[in-house]
Design a protein around this ligand. Structure first.
Ligand SMILES: C[S@@+](CC[C@H](N)C(=O)[O-])C[C@H]1O[C@@H](n2cnc3c(N)ncnc32)[C@H](O)[C@@H]1O
Length: 213
């Protein structure tokens, strides 16, 4: 089947994308819902977590994407492959990540990846950027002690803007890294590497005793 064609960008503040998503209930979508969960926010066609779900069958993987056609396509492909540890959700993560994850038990989330999010370069479009203090608070709160958040982009100002938001969470420890710690690269990472562009990366790790900080 040919790849579904979609707009390159959608405006996350347009009325269509302001509708709230249905919260994810792990028991309803994963064969083994109690397993550690990896959340990939802004997953596009979702090939990164598809490969991760194949490589690590004892974890669950949830991809979040605003372009619903890509979500439908990715769920179809995951279903055809019989992957019961993989699911994709249509969600505007800028406005609704808290609602999407509200029924995921605290501590179930063990890894989050945010890879090459749209930079929305112009100042007048800054409000469309996906990573906000509220998103950082939500995912940090849901993260298991010892869990990790991996952020990477090739846009330096956006990297610094995002890293600063994570630095403000006292539960998180910043780890500078040269290489992607995951065995699989996203489509955007491969494209950036082919052009030999720099990539700015960090891991933020949640302290094991974060509830006592
Ligand atoms: C540049 S692409 C990178 C895709 C993938 N992470 C990669 O590295 O190849 C950014 C993705 O984030 C999605 N996105 C942008 N804003 C979003 C939002 N508010 N909520 C969810 N996804 C969003 C876009 O639709 C797009 O698929």
């Amino acid at each position: 089947m040919p790849r579904v064609r979609v707009h390159q960008h959608v405006n996350p503040l347009a009325p269509f994308y302001r509708r709230s998503p249905t919260p994810i209930v792990p028991d309803d979508i994963f064969a083994e819902p109690a397993r550690p969960l990896h959340l990939d926010i802004g997953c596009a066609r979702g090939r990164f977590i598809l490969r991760m779900a194949e490589a690590i069958p004892d974890w669950n993987f949830l991809g979040v994407e605003i372009r619903h056609q890509l979500v439908d396509e990715a769920n179809r492909i995951g279903g055809e492959k019989g992957l019961r540890n993989l699911h994709y959700s249509f969600c505007n993560a800028l406005l609704w990540i808290d609602r999407l994850v509200e029924k995921i038990p605290d501590g179930r989330l063990h890894a989050v990846t945010i890879q090459f999010p749209d930079p929305w370069f112009k100042k007048k479009h800054a409000k469309r950027r996906m990573v906000t203090p509220e998103m950082v608070e939500t995912i940090t709160g849901k993260l298991a002690p010892g869990g990790t958040i991996f952020v990477q982009t090739d846009i330096e100002f956006l990297a610094e803007e995002m890293f600063d938001l994570f630095r403000q969470r006292k539960e998180l420890q910043e780890v500078a890294i040269e290489e992607n710690p995951f065995p699989i690269k996203t489509e955007r990472e491969k494209a950036v590497e082919e052009k030999s562009l720099p990539v700015y990366r960090r891991v933020f790790s949640k302290a094991l005793l974060s509830n006592k900080l």
